[in-house]
Design a protein around this ligand. Sequence first.
Ligand code: SAH
Ligand code: SF4
Ligand code: F3S
Length: 435
Amino acid sequence: MGKKFHIITYGCQMNKYDSDALRGLMESRGHRWTESVDEADIVIVNTCAVRQHAEDRALGRIEEIIGHKKRKPSLVVGIMGCVAQEHGERLFEKIPGLDFVVGTDNLDVVADIAEGKLKPGAYTSINKNFLGIDAAAHIEPGQVSAFITIMRGCDNFCSYCIVPYVRGRERSLPPERILQQVRYAVSRGVREITLLGQNVNSYRWEDVDFPALLDMVAQVEGVCRLRFVTNHPKDFTPKILDVVEKHGEKIPPAFHLPLQSGSDRILRLMNRKYTLSDYMRIIEEIYRRFPDAAITTDIIVGFPGETEKDFESTLAAMRDVGFAGVFAFKYSVRPGTAAAKLEDDVPEAEKIRRLRTAIDLGIELARQFSQKHIGKVFPALVEKKSPKNPGKLAATLPSGRTVLIDENFAEIGDIVPVKITDAKVWVLRGEVVEK
Ligand code: SAH
Ligand code: SF4
Ligand code: F3S
């Protein structure tokens, strides 16, 4: 008899993909998904450890779910993802009532537990060499966009970051397996694929590097749009831009290129392996070839030793690039990382002030970027009915921005030319026009 299961996902798109992969695997073994925690026999929380706050949130949610056992003693509650990797078996002491802990690469164990092959209380040692499960990741009926993981782990050891410790060494998936996932997604009606990895630019399987893989995926019949995240400035090459250019509208010029800091001294302490001028050279090359390019970034404020002057350099770099979007984070010490040995010396109140300043500037730049769309026509991929705007469809522009259009002029899954008439910070309005 199949079990009813539910998965709650925190963290990055790679976690989202793993949750979908687990859902696909569980369904292929006869278990049934339920939207409701109350109805589930098994609840799995997929966790993120990138900052203390992310970790606390996920653990808080698990405790809340364990509380449901009062009502339903047979409920099985498990933890997967990066916090599971980080703390392993110690989580049983930390969280009374927790039934199992599985590593990011041992997802089939969840099905074994559901089937009684493993007892609750189970812990799986973490296999950091694993390439992920073979089952096709779950695709919702009517889903227009899908993520596909092309590599797991990370070898970069940025000094602040826990990811290489919890996700293990970088390993690329064979192209044939990636293409198989792409073909499956397309056969289920997906139009847009986003390739995922902590640093997709260092993808390599035998003689297939990232530009070659991108070119292969773009040629799969039925792939109408193709995106990829995340890039690393030290590995981003013009060859990638050649492939983007070659495929015209299919691969929009939208690049997530984390800068982290605009100060060379801080970049060195972060072990990022590029300078601000290396970064700016890439930006110039992108804008030279794609004047409408959308460049987004991640910023960390309050890294150990960050002075006001370092922070000002970050703000200046943000203005110089004119980012389309900025994800700014407050530095959070991660035990076991190289930066954890440095004194966390920026006072909390100052970190908060810098974060606020960086976020406000990011929003202002985002507004300016959105307004540049006004009056122009772009191909928009219709994703879904807008949940908040009756009569409107939400479509995605090449830049990644959402545009709202009248539902009488397009269907979900269409790519239609849209003239932009108005722009807020993240959401634009427009009208479908003749080609
Ligand atoms: N591989 C991706 C990042 C994954 S983590 C990359 O290199 O861009 C996403 C973002 O979280 C990072 O880009 C960084 O800005 C932020 N981050 C990572 N560790 C952090 C920490 N200890 N404190 C604050 N922010 C952190
Ligand atoms: Fe972390 Fe750096 Fe790897 Fe990104 S590239 S996951 S920031 S170590
Ligand atoms: Fe978080 Fe793990 Fe992703 S730490 S950001 S869920 S790789």
